[in-house]
Design a protein around this ligand. Structure first.
Ligand SMILES: [Fe+2]
Length: 612
């Protein structure tokens, strides 16, 4: 039984493949075509998945896409009609309704209506759009055949549309270790819904509640991110990093912008937004998604003029970021506490673009009755490709569960032979070490203060480098942040770098100990340890940690262990292996990055290249 899952025509296009319930491969298209957050059709990812499973498209039994144009259609029509009626009463000629609902904006999560999210033209065009989208998804078989260059009749697979949030929920549950769990999917929008909660048990997921268009936490985060001068897709993480520098002195304003209601619901004050009334453009041209302005002039009325990108950050922006972050947390806990009240459960599966807000995630166990959490590494839209596979396998076909996703290592890998060839063709001298020696040498280099490229095994799925496509340095050196930014990353100075820590030592360094293997939780670092690891301690004393265990990533675990032996510190600084581009995928890309930056040493598999 082979199932292929696809996230297409959305940001973070991706594919995943499972064989008899076992996860074989999952990967984002940006890693192949090198456009960050690339939208469109993930043909290279699909090819990689098929190759890794050792099959061709003809062998695939089911193909699913994380989008269902027919889902919630009646709600959309109702919304459009109500809006049109209101505008008629108000004497406004404009009858535009945004179609951004088709897509999913916010929380680093856009799954757009294929560049067509401009002004709608009323209810009939809404329905027409819907039918057009339905046709497009129906055409998935055509597109697949065309891109793979085979006759359509060769594809015997059954095709499925899985509603966007159900795909998120499936990704948060079916590969979790929980037999039964409360589930929350929270993002910008997908299939007209921004937030959906459910209970998962065995092979089924029962939806308990949802928040509908145009109300969305992701929209608030993205709009505010734009307002304070970070316009790019995925910039929400920068605002999260900025927040601890500010004071939440605008919290009352944000409580007005997004209000909580009974039964886990929340509503936006729509005066602050454009998406519901005017539509918001969302475009991509085979590349990264670009979102139009979501915030309305009301933001400027309340906070003063929007900050222009590139101008100096002031306390106002820091305070807005702090207020926004606090309000997101308040609303998130409001939904989660309702979810707990309804289910009585203490295990939680979390997904959706807003689940990339690791600061909020790290506070969930402190502010709700939940005791254990599972966040799949690709919690955002790329992970819906994985969710689709398991929604079909467990939810639709009712096959038993068996896969627990402990790591994120589902992408391409390269043999030492391939690595040698790449190095030789680049004309670079290198040394080769035994398995044992390679971690020892690298740990020594890190302890000596070198900037070390660490390229090993299968590439990670999701936005975080987790020790296979990483740059690693000594966290004890306060100057490492500046060195990394100066030599390689060129990031805004307020953004923190993250620690990887031996799983069994978390309690020695952090105030919470729940495992965080996918680097999606921020905890407070114990006060007495902050000076020991200054390069990974954020301004508020927090750290976005990755807990590392030998069962999930043995080689990375050994690297940190060796570093611990040398220094007595079981922590290294881990940042993604890239320079303003998607994370490197191939040895050649790693070599190119090494050559064009000022990295000191590069370990690719068992080979090491030193800058001379
Ligand atoms: Fe989403």
């Amino acid at each position: 039984m082979i199932i292929l899952g696809i996230n297409a025509y959305h940001g973070d296009a991706a594919a995943a493949i499972i064989k008899d319930g076992k996860l074989i491969a999952a990967v984002e298209e940006e890693r192949f075509n090198r456009f960050k957050h690339c939208a469109g059709f993930p043909i290279e990812s699909i090819k990689y998945c098929l190759l890794t499973a050792g099959v061709t498209i003809e062998d695939v039994d089911h193909v699913g896409i994380s989008r269902d144009p027919s889902a919630h259609l009646h709600k959309k029509v109702l919304f459009a009609a109500t809006r049109a009626a209101k505008q008629a009463v108000g004497g406004r000629r404009q009858e535009a309704v945004g179609t951004i609902d088709d897509g999913d904006v916010g929380g680093a999560s856009v799954n757009g209506g294929n560049a067509s999210n401009g002004n709608g033209a009323g209810i009939f065009s809404q329905i027409k759009d819907r039918l057009g989208n339905a046709a497009k998804v129906r055409d998935l078989r055509d597109e697949l055949a065309r891109q793979l260059n085979i006759p359509k009749s060769n594809i015997r697979a059954q095709f499925h549309n899985v509603e966007h949030h159900r795909a998120h929920l499936a990704s948060a549950f079916y590969v979790s270790p929980f037999e039964k769990a409360a589930l929350l999917s929270i993002d910008g929008f997908g299939d007209f819904i921004s937030t959906m909660w459910a209970v998962g048990e065995g092979n089924s997921i029962d939806v308990l509640g949802q928040v509908e268009y145009p109300h969305s936490t992701g929209i608030v985060y993205t709009a505010t991110t734009q307002f304070i001068g970070f316009p790019h897709y995925g910039d929400e993480g920068k605002v999260m990093g900025l927040a601890p520098y500010g004071r939440p002195r605008f919290i009352n304003e944000f409580r007005e912008i997004i209000r909580t209601e009974e039964n886990g619901q929340f509503r936006l004050n729509l005066d602050y937004f454009r998406h519901h009334a005017e539509g918001v453009d969302m475009t991509w041209d085979q590349g990264s998604p670009v979102i139009g302005r979501i915030f309305s002039d009301e933001f400027a009325q309340t906070f003063g003029p929007a900050r222009q990108q590139g101008t100096e950050l002031t306390d106002r922006e820091r305070d807005i970021a702090a207020s926004l972050q606090l309000r997101l947390e308040e609303v998130g806990f409001h939904v989660l506490n309702h979810l707990h009240d309804k289910t009585g459960l203490t295990d939680l599966g979390l997904a959706g673009g807003v689940a990339y807000n690791s600061v909020m995630n790290g506070k969930i166990l402190l502010n709700t009755p939940f005791k254990r959490m599972f966040i799949q590494p690709a919690a955002g839209d790329s992970g819906t490709a994985l969710g689709v596979c398991y929604q079909i396998y467990n939810g639709i076909l009712n096959r038993n569960r068996g896969e627990v996703m402990e790591g994120a290592y589902t992408g391409p890998q390269f043999s030492n032979n391939e690595i040698r060839k790449a190095l030789e063709s680049s004309n670079i001298g290198f040394e080769e070490y035994s398995d044992e020696e390679v971690t020892k040498r690298a740990a020594r280099d890190i302890a000596d203060g070198l900037v070390v490229g660490w390229f090993q095994g299968r590439m990670e799925f999701g936005p975080r480098a987790l020790g296979n496509r990483s740059i690693v340095v000594d966290p004890r050196r306060a100057d490492m942040k500046d060195i990394l930014n100066d030599r390689i990353k060129k990031r805004e100075p307020f953004r923190p770098f993250a620690p990887s820590i031996l799983e069994e030592r978390v309690g020695d360094y952090f105030e919470q100990t729940h495992p965080a293997p996918t680097m999606l939780m921020v905890y407070q670092i114990k006060e007495e340890k902050r000076l020991e690891i200054p390069a990974v301690t954020h301004v508020d004393g927090s750290g976005r940690l990755q807990t590392v265990s030998p069962t999930v990533n043995d080689r990375y675990y050994r690297l940190i262990s060796e570093f611990n032996q040398l220094t007595g510190v079981p922590v290294i600084l881990n940042t993604s292996f890239n320079e303003n581009e998607p994370i490197v995928c191939t040895p050649q890309e790693a070599i190119n990055c090494f050559l064009k930056t000022r990295m000191d040493v590069l370990y690719v598999g068992n080979c090491a290249v030193r800058r001379r």
